[in-house]
Design a protein around this ligand. Sequence first.
Ligand code: NI
Length: 388
Amino acid sequence: MDIRQEVEQILESLIQLRQKFHRYPEVALHETLTTQMIIEELQKLRIPYECLKPTGVVGFLGMKEGRVVALRADIDGLAVAEETGLPFASEHPGCMHACGHDGHIAALLGAAKILKKYEEEIDGQIRLIFQPAEEISAGADLVIEQGYLNGVDEIFGVHIFSDIPVDCVSIKAGPRMAATDHFTITLTGKSGHAAKPHQCVDTTVAAAALVMNLQTIISRRLNPIEDAVVTVGRLSSGTAYNVISGQAVLEGTVRTFSVETENQIKKWIIQIAEDTAKLYGAKADIDYPESLHPPLINNERIALRVYDQAKEIFCEEQLSGVPKIMLGEDFANYQKKIPGVFAFVGGGRTDGSVNYLNHHGKFDFDDKALFYAVKLHLVYIKSVFEKL
Ligand code: NI
């Protein structure tokens, strides 16, 4: 299989496919039309498939005994109103493929089209996982619960990011994306007249102190060599300007690259919240459920193997220099079960135009990212099945 030559032949159809999916985005667990459109493409390619419930689909390539590997694409859009003005912009108001998942679908279908031609030479099996609900971190678990990871030896996936320049891809080993925790702290005090603070317990003041105290976790408590984020994204307190607030709610997220750091920060947050509340005479109730997914950590052996293979297609410069990121990915839930590698694909235009970030209403990416994403899937498969 000559990867360059093969991808060259499907360039136009890849772009069209991506634009087709871009028009009809659907939010997590509602990807009914998307699933139907993927099925139609699989049928055209004569690739057998099974449907995931409630949405999503898994295709099957290769019939021989041997290694079983999975390629994964997430398929959901976001509740974001599209502002790109592109001719193929979303036709579903208030919903948009603002994270490039349309590109992931097209790239996996493109790779499937090429691999189908070489099915006889695949000494094993390939599962094509079109996973729903990545944005709410529910889809990977759904695939696992429905048994589609059973018997799979390894998994590979890609993500397009507009803040990485197109032409750059990354297949690094180790931590690549963060664990995502979500906490809610409710402070309860005693409300009353704004002019009588001595008779009240003001939760606005306690909440303000708590936000500041939480900042010291990263700056003063965590080993400076560790990477982590503590963000209080939402804070609400009080009902009127002349009433002392008796309740405040803080909501935030923690991002970490190791389970140890994650657990440590969780303990500090609980301790600081309780102690700060106490200092102001208030009470803290902390809701801190288990993280949506662990940090995404690429298997070293596989990452090196894929990297070696990638050197035949990409130059060293294209393969280096993309650091890990604090975003989360439920691909990490597959890696809890089996070894896998998740690659980053640059989608940012390099012609001087503004690149809006993933999840922005003006997010878009350079079409070349599609070709690189297909190439990465093929590079990965070639690293597994050497006969190809
Ligand atoms: Ni995404």
